[in-house]
Design a protein around this ligand. Structure first.
Ligand SMILES: [Zn+2]
Ligand SMILES: [Zn+2]
Length: 78
């Protein structure tokens, strides 16, 4: 990946935006205004696909567990 940065940062004055104030709307190119220099720019979050998390439901107790991490006690029983 190139061109992405960890925090939403103003391209004019390089003021970083706190995560809770950042633009998370990745389907729209929303213009945001910098609190510091009051210029507008467009920021879009870029997500890196990290793979799938698979969960299965225990047939005995109905508990959802992901593979390798058993959250219920049923499967320990012989
Ligand atoms: Zn700025
Ligand atoms: Zn179970």
């Amino acid at each position: 990946m190139s061109g992405t940065i960890k925090a939403q940062t103003c391209p004019y004055c390089h003021q970083e935006v706190e995560d809770y104030e950042a633009n998370w709307e990745f389907e729209s190119e929303e213009e945001v205004e910098c609190d510091n220099c009051h210029k507008t720019y467009v920021s879009k979050p870029q997500y890196i696909f990290d793979g799938w998390l698979i969960e299965k439901q225990c047939e005995q107790c109905g508990e959802w567990t992901d593979d390798g991490m058993v959250l219920c006690d049923c499967e320990d029983e012989d």
